[in-house]
Design a protein around this ligand. Structure first.
Ligand code: 0RA
Length: 677
């Protein structure tokens, strides 16, 4: 991260002349620049010391936006909204804010309004320059003004680069603050103020309204996706229980609005995640406090075989886990075993239940709030603060034991579930040994795999296709140097409904595992992946979508890291080929066909439309052009933007509740949390 540069006091500098570098960021490069070495005085507009800090700080953000917001794609774009919302959430966590509104405006901008204390407007005490604090906050990197160690700050965490970054990356940003008896306003463009802070109408209210228009020069796309925002805002409403968060979409004619509010906090989150599953216990919900940290935990078991454990620190999803998660796991195993023994539900001769047994079918959330969170790991989503381990552990030990003692029926079902899991685990171990003996998990490649010649995973791709009819053209079409094709027959097993040994007995799954090469579950090893890209290439119809979802569920449950590391993709085969004035063109949806048919308000009649009923109907050249040629195809990378909700998506899609599943599929026809690459 670039640091704020301090500028020698009283030294004022001139706007650099044309031809000299405006991108000085370090003292050393300044020394090398002749223009800077000989500062001229007297001509042209002068920059105050503070302005130069601003220019250098925010200029760095504009020059390398990805360093601050991760990317300039869709993810980075949405990050801007989170950044502002996180500040409002901080107000809520400080007990100063009860309502947040996010409004997607028809003009492409977004407004985030909150009823917090308002960004301070007075000059910062003892500061050298007397600019209003709000201006400093909006123009200085990391100047949240709240890093006093007194409060839990989300905006200092993972997202926490500060609203100044949003300002730097916006064509325009308007801020309106209600505070100190008045409404104050100011506007910016690309991080530079357009005017001084203006004092307006008197008011007794407090709050902040930030409206910004993301810079089209910076972002590859500037259209906010309502669903992506909805997911995070809903999650936040659970994590900051009691805060009302409204999302309003004014684009596209009719106004759309959803309000998220979870009075019960995490106690509402767990049932939300368990939708579509059959639960076997009530929700266990408790919390703990110590001097400078808080923890909140919610647990509920269901009949599924999946563990779904999510952890957060200061509302940031700690995908990589960390000390809080370790504390929770340790206490869970410990308490459940102690309880089972005390009730004689585990006999003396029985071995202890293992952690995996205890967590089978468990949906759990642990959320901690702490003063100075340490984020570690590859994606900086692993909590490192060591005191959180014992803090969470002792809290869970105490409360879960009490709860079990008071809820004997639930306790019995939970122990039964764990014992069943232990039995299944032993059976699975036998199955795995069996599989290994049969060579499923070693290097014997499946017979129907048409492998590629190269063995460099950085370059190789595996296309998983549906059945032999699609395999034919795909094998013909591919570049055998680096593209492999694996046909799988019909619908593969729904792993959501099956235990490991059943999964392993399935021929299609076996082929998949050996072809990919990583192994599964505990034995998963990313370094053994035989291909860099695993591509699901299924038909563009409902059946194809179903098979694709089954494949993704398999990867999600058994090769999670493969998705997490960005190796899983979806190819998009076309639905139609049209001949438009003699030129062939591929279309990927009915919508595209409709659009083409009625372009310019007129109906086209000279279209010669061919509908592909499946990949099997395409010839090799067509398939190569549309789905396999790296220069022409569009691959969608499967991401786990939000593991908690992704998990729910999979459960709803693949779980027991048929009605819920049908509804979900209808509403989310094509899109299962995918982003373009
Ligand atoms: C600096 C200090 C304080 C609050 C904020 C900034 C603040 C920033 C944003 C951004 C969007 N909404 C916001 N609300 C508040 C603390 C204020 C105090 O101590 O009174």
């Amino acid at each position: 991260m670039a640091k704020k540069r301090s500028v020698p006091p009283k030294q004022s500098r001139q706007r650099p002349q044309a031809g000299t570098s405006t991108r000085r960021t370090t003292t050393s490069s300044r020394a090398k620049s002749p223009a800077a070495a000989r500062p001229r005085r007297g001509n042209g507009p002068r920059y105050e010391a503070a302005d130069i800090t601003v220019l250098e700080g925010l200029e760095a953000v504009r020059r390398r936006p990805s360093m601050y917001i991760g990317s300039t794609g869709s993810r980075g774009l949405h990050h801007l909204v989170y950044e502002v919302v996180d500040n409002a959430i901080d107000e809520a966590l400080a007990g100063a804010c009860s309502r947040i509104l996010v409004r997607l405006r028809a003009d492409g901008g977004v407004t985030v309004a909150d009823d917090g204390r308002g960004i301070p407007v007075k000059p910062i005490p003892r500061s050298k320059d007397r600019r209003p604090a709000v201006e400093v906050v909006l123009t200085t990197l990391h100047a949240g003004g709240k890093f006093d160690g007194k409060s839990y700050v989300v905006s200092g965490g993972l997202h926490g680069v500060g609203v100044s970054v949003v300002n730097a990356l916006s064509e325009r940003l308007d801020v309106q603050v209600a505070r100190d008896g008045a409404v104050w306003t100011q506007s910016y463009s690309r991080g530079q103020r357009l005017e001084k802070l203006k004092k307006g109408q008197a008011t007794r209210k407090t709050g902040t309204i930030v409206t910004f228009w993301p810079d089209r020069e910076v972002f590859e796309e500037t259209e906010f996706k309502r669903d992506i925002l909805a997911e995070r805002l809903r999650e936040l409403s659970f994590l900051a229980g009691g805060v009302e968060i409204a999302l309003v979409d004014e684009r596209g004619g009719r106004e759309w609005r959803e309000v998220y509010k979870a009075k019960g906090g995490l106690a509402d989150f767990v049932p939300f995640l368990n939708q579509g599953k059959d639960t076997i216990s009530r929700v266990v919900h408790f919390g703990g406090k110590k001097e400078d940290a808080e923890v909140e935990v919610a647990l509920q078991w269901n009949t599924s075989f999946a563990e779904s454990l999510h952890s957060f620190a200061n509302t940031i999803n700690t995908h990589e886990g960390g000390t809080h998660e370790e504390g929770l796991r340790k206490a869970l195993t410990n308490v459940i075993n102690r309880y089972a023994r005390s009730r004689n539900l585990l006999k003396e001769k029985d071995p202890n239940l293992e952690g995996d047994d205890v967590r089978e079918g468990l949906t759990a959330i642990v959320s901690v709030k702490l003063k100075e969170p340490q984020f570690e790991g590859q994606t900086k989503t692993k909590l490192g603060n060591t005191d959180m381990r014992s803090f969470v552990e002792t809290t869970v030990n105490r409360h879960l034991m009490t709860w079990l003692e008071e809820h004997g029926g639930d306790g019995k079902r939970i122990i039964q579930k764990g014992s069943d899991a232990a039995k299944a685990r032993l059976a699975a171990r036998q199955a795995r040994d069996l599989a290994r003996r049969k060579g499923i998990l070693d290097s014997t490649l499946p017979g129907k795999l048409a492998d590629c010649q190269l063995a460099e995973p950085e370059r190789t791709e595996l296309f998983i296709v549906e059945g032999d009819s699609a395999a034919g053209p795909a094998i013909q079409a591919r570049d055998p140097a680096y593209q492999a094709v694996l046909p799988i027959r019909g619908k593969i097993l729904n792993v959501e409904k099956a235990r490991l040994h059943k999964t392993l007995e399935n021929k299609e799954i076996q082929a998949l595992i050996t072809a990919v090469g990583t192994g599964i579950g505990e034995e998963f090893d990313l370094s053994k992946a035989r291909y860099g890209k695993i591509v699901a290439l299924t038909d563009a119809d409902v059946d194809g979508a179903h098979i694709r979802t089954l494949l993704l569920t398999f990867f999600f449950r058994h090769m999670y890291e493969l998705i997490d590391a960005g190796h899983v993709y979806i190819a998009q085969p076309p639905l139609y080929r049209v001949n438009l004035d003699g030129k062939p063109q591929y279309l990927f949806s009915d919508k595209e066909l409709d659009r083409l048919r009625t372009s310019n308000g007129k109906k086209r009649s000279n279209l010669n439309v061919l509908r592909f009923k499946g990949l099997g109907e395409m010839n090799a050249e067509q398939l190569w052009e549309t789905a396999m040629d790296p220069d022409q195809r569009t691959l969608l990378q499967v991401t786990l933007e939000d593991a908690a909700t992704a998990d729910r998506t999979f459960s709803v899609l693949m779980g027991e509740d048929v009605e819920e599943r049908r509804r979900f599929i209808q509403e989310n026809a094509r899109d299962v949390r995918l982003i373009d690459v």
